[in-house]
Design a protein around this ligand. Sequence first.
Ligand code: CAA
Ligand code: NAD
Length: 285
Amino acid sequence: MASTVKMIGVIGGGQMGSGIAQLTAMHGIDVCLVDVNTQALSTASSSISSSINRLVSKSQLSQDKASDAFKRLRFTTDLNDLSLADFIIEAIVESEDVKKSLFLQLDKIAKSSAILASNTSSISITRLASSTSRPKQVIGMHFMNPPPVMKLIEIVRGADTSDETFAATKELSQRLGKTVITSQDYSGFIVNRILMPMINEAFYTLYTNVATKEDIDMGMKLGTNHPMGPLELADFIGLDVCLSIMKVLHAGLGDNKYAPCPLLVQYVDAGRLGRKRGIGVYDYS
Ligand code: CAA
Ligand code: NAD
């Protein structure tokens, strides 16, 4: 199936959706990127252009390949434009209700053979699939941020995901140059089940005045060779995304150790969402 994927639909043109669209276009697949917000589409278009042009200026991509990638990208606010897509990747806000209502709509628009994948960081694939008439063709395809750079895709099988859907998603991931890991459908899957409690603990470390934000980040960067400290990484991911994931872990796994740190909650309440807003734990202005 994946080798016959000629057109991919990506829904959500934020930092993940735009990165996924760039990656797929650079691998010779036509992409239609959908967002409800025209401003988000124009930001996505300019960030993809500057990222591709940067690769050309560093001689990591030929001008011909860059031109081909640009030709393959389309931007739209109309979900109906995905009626011909072979494979659709949802990358909208991390909310079960909003994603379910999108999957319900998508099920009516997408062709019957299309696979519906979610880039969710933590939400149950089985429950998203239950809002469609094709649960066998629904799967988690979890890219890491930034998608053009990170080497991993975490594939999540819902209770009804078929072997054919899994094989097609794995083949597509490999065609995009990624290494695949597979998770069963439990809150946070593999990566965020482990990463987010660390980030949350970093917030508790700051909240309880154990150390400054700079020392917490430096400790993990130089002490454990992480490319970014946990607070810097939280700003990079988006504090709203981190909080949503912690809430899913807390509700789904039931243990109080997953309770979101009050400082993380307060930052999100204050609109300090991280790099994308210019302020989070750090000030980027
Ligand atoms: N698109 C394309 N390329 C990008 C990019 C982007 N958005 N951001 C960075 N790059 C490229 C740069 O062009 C550069 O390429 P070269 O080495 O060939 O010049 C390379 O990546 C390194 O970038 P920089 O020199 O600008 O900066 P850096 O060395 O600090 O690396 C980073 C940036 C790759 C993001 C690195 O800091 C890093 O790996 N950070 C940790 C990222 C991480 O942990 N991601 C996973 C988050 S968890 C997740 O995603 C799951 C979830 O559900 C929340
Ligand atoms: P983001 O806030 O940057 O972008 C979300 C985009 O979705 C926005 O442009 C918004 O306008 C759009 N949107 C919202 N509702 C929509 C709808 N109904 N139809 C079409 N577009 C809609 O978010 P993000 O960080 O790109 O995260 C997107 C998804 O990817 C989330 O599920 C998140 O958990 C997951 N994810 C995020 C990261 C990360 O590091 N940020 C990493 C892996 C996975």
